[in-house]
Design a protein around this ligand. Structure first.
Ligand SMILES: Nc1ncnc2c1ncn2[C@@H]1O[C@H](COP(=O)(O)OP(=O)(O)OP(=O)(O)O)[C@@H](O)[C@H]1O
Ligand SMILES: [Mg+2]
Length: 257
């Protein structure tokens, strides 16, 4: 009898499977799949999946880059805990995928007390890539302040950035780290919160000369196709969906006028 060839179980992360398993809307999938653009600013309406998209992106970054650190700066303990919960939801939805590559996920609250300043929440994802060496990637959720923004290494997520106290100082601390490490990606998301914050200036090109801040990082752009296709449920029909690209980063406005 003919001997069947032995099938080796691949530990490689299947490409682009996550977006469909997670049932991401087109405007979310465009952000989820982008692993090239240095900085992306998401100026999206409320409750249309900013945190869910960023949580999915963070999990995907760790899965595709075993041992990676993704730092999330959050403006409150509630938002930080919610982000961790969303990462958990993503991992639950990807359970089969994680199992097929032998990944293990654990969540820990390492905060020494209940103050926002000392918040330290972690999602650990242990993977064993093709080289057989076990690596632990982490998504670390910390309080948003200039100190934490100065200390990160890896990818950076600023969720609800328009609501961060001291957003200009946070950006001033983080930007040089991003600028000198082209491999570090940054994702900034928020709904608008008036004009007196850095998010407004980042999201509204032409408003302030300070937006050249963005220009220090990776000039590569992956721009999703413009037009209405990115509209998802939860976006009112009168809302505009448009993408703006710049030489150095990408700003997406969805559901905001
Ligand atoms: N693609 C999706 N399919 C189904 N449900 C989704 C999807 N994306 C997000 N959701 C759900 O929509 C709700 C809002 O998502 P999320 O909290 O990520 O939005 P948000 O824009 O960050 O909200 P907020 O403005 O309050 O910060 C959540 O219950 C989330 O699980
Ligand atoms: Mg949110």
């Amino acid at each position: 009898m003919k001997k069947r060839p032995r099938i080796h179980k691949s530990r490689r992360i299947p490409q682009l499977t996550g977006a469909s398993i997670l049932k991401l809307r087109p405007y979310q999938a465009a952000v989820f799949r982008d692993n090239r653009t240095g900085i992306i600013v998401l100026h999206w309406a409320r409750q249309i999946g900013k945190s869910f998209t960023l949580a999915a992106w963070a999990v995907d970054r760790v899965l595709k880059n075993p041992g990676r650190l993704v730092t999330v700066l959050s403006n409150s303990r509630e938002n930080g805990a919610e982000f961790v919960q969303k990462c958990g939801e993503v991992c639950t939805l990807l359970a089969d995928l994680l199992k097929s590559i032998g990944a293990e996920v654990t969540t820990q609250d390492l905060s020494p007390d209940l103050s926002l300043a000392s918040m330290r929440l972690e999602i650990r994802i242990k993977t064993t890539p093709d080289d057989g060496i076990e690596r632990i990637g982490r998504i670390k959720v910390l309080a948003a302040n200039p100190r934490t923004a100065r200390g990160f290494s890896g990818d950076l997520i600023l969720d609800e950035f328009a609501f961060h106290e001291d957003s200009a100082a946070i950006w001033e601390a983080a930007e040089p780290i991003l600028a000198s490490n082209r491999d570090f990606l940054c994702r900034i998301a928020s709904t608008g919160n008036g004009r007196h914050n850095l998010f407004y200036r980042l999201a509204m090109p032409g408003i302030s000369p300070n937006q050249t801040h963005l220009s220090a990082t990776n000039p590569a752009i992956v721009s999703p196709s413009p037009g209405g296709e990115g509209r998802g449920e939860g976006v009112r029909s009168t809302d505009r969906c448009r993408f703006r690209t710049r030489v150095t980063g990408l700003v997406q406005n969805i559901g905001n006028t």
